[in-house]
Ligand binder design. Structure first.
Ligand code: SF4
Ligand code: SF4
Length: 341
């Protein structure tokens, strides 16, 4: 169904929903925006052309959390898995909603499903806000997504100035919007025009066809030394990536807790083996791993690309390394090598 949500009714509607749901929505923290609980004092940050700094994955897979409590003396174990809770993530961008579905293939499918992820996913509704003015670091149209992509969303909002055009995408959120006025055909046309203009403002930066094969062919070539030359190995690109999911488990024995923390393949110690051998000893191998995981290995383990084009790794890299340029350079290197042979 399609509805109109007047902007001047947004806060009262969120307040009404909050009687039944915890609501998480983008709000300013210093110079960044973050998903925070909505309260009567909240001021939402829905106008930024870019995404929240931390991706929505953190709402399902926190940066650090206790997964197990134990008593070293008695040997008693207690799982710390959360109860399922009714939540609404309001204002999530389409690239982040798509990323959540990509992480479902890691945490919610197959033999080793994660009870923490499943509990948080079960009753969390994703109400998205399309990007009518995508920013310069976004490239979702190149990564099988787009500024109004609907994958993973329960509803999608399009900003039409005084009102949001609301399109519900799942039955389970229909009741949240059913009191609103239905949108007329003319308003739908305006929304479609806004969406088309946003899409057009983001021309593709590369074609995905054949990228996996090209990267596979340059796996052991020198290009990675050039691409990784200025990398500091800080890991920001992976911590803030909505599809990176590596973690480490740490036993805090004094407290009797086992804690799961985000980890990153951009750190030397990540791949350091007990024998002291490291299969990824330099940033050359670690940069290659980051790019190949997104643009090659994801196809193998999930049949999908592992990058949503959210642009966070471009925006926040302290030395300005741009994954778009890196992919294009690796691809061009492969083409030149083919012609030379
Ligand atoms: S690799 Fe970069 S652009 Fe792609 S999803 Fe991760 S942070 Fe976003
Ligand atoms: S954010 Fe930039 S400098 Fe830091 S690890 Fe990633 S690519 Fe390297």
């Amino acid at each position: 169904m399609k509805y109109l949500l007047p902007k001047n009714e947004l806060y009262s509607r969120l307040a009404r929903w909050s009687a039944e749901y915890s609501i998480l929505a983008p709000q300013k923290v210093g110079e960044y925006s973050e998903f925070l609980p909505f309260t009567a004092q909240s001021e939402l940050c829905l106008q930024e052309p870019h995404n929240t700094r931390y991706p929505a994955k953190a709402l399902f897979f926190p940066q650090s959390e206790t997964i197990l409590k134990y008593n070293r003396i008695s040997g008693q174990l207690e799982s710390a898995a959360p109860e399922s809770q009714k939540r609404i993530v309001f204002g999530i961008r389409p690239c982040d909603a798509k990323a959540v579905t990509l992480l479902d293939t890691v945490f919610a499918e197959g033999d080793n499903q994660d009870p923490f992820w499943l509990a948080r996913r079960a009753e969390t509704f994703l109400i998205g806000l399309g990007c009518h003015e995508p920013c310069a670091t976004c490239f979702c149209t190149s990564t099988e997504s787009g500024p109004f992509h609907t994958e993973g969303l329960d509803a999608l909002l399009t900003d039409l100035g005084e009102v949001f055009f609301v399109e519900t995408l799942s039955e389970r959120v229909e009741a949240l919007f059913s009191e609103l006025s239905p949108a007329e055909a003319a308003q739908q046309e305006i929304a479609l025009a806004v969406q088309a203009a946003a899409e057009k403002s983001l021309p593709k930066v590369f074609e995905l066809d054949g990228i996996k094969e090209k990267l596979d062919r340059v796996f052991d070539k020198e290009i990675w030394a050039e691409l990784s030359q200025s990398c500091l190995g800080c890991g920001i690109c992976t911590f803030l990536c909505p599809t990176c999911f590596c973690f480490d488990l740490v036993d805090e024995a004094q407290r009797g807790t086992r804690v799961r923390n985000w980890d990153t393949c951009m750190y030397r110690v990540y791949s350091l083996e007990a024998s002291a051998h490291n299969p990824r000893p330099t940033r050359r191998e670690r940069t290659r791993q980051r790019l190949m995981h997104k643009y090659s290995y994801w196809w193998e383990h999930a049949g999908k690309l592992g990058c949503t084009g959210c642009g966070r790794c471009v925006r926040y890299c302290p030395v300005g390394l741009d994954i778009r340029a890196m992919i294009k350079k690796a691809s061009a290197y492969e083409s030149e090598a083919q012609h030379a042979n």
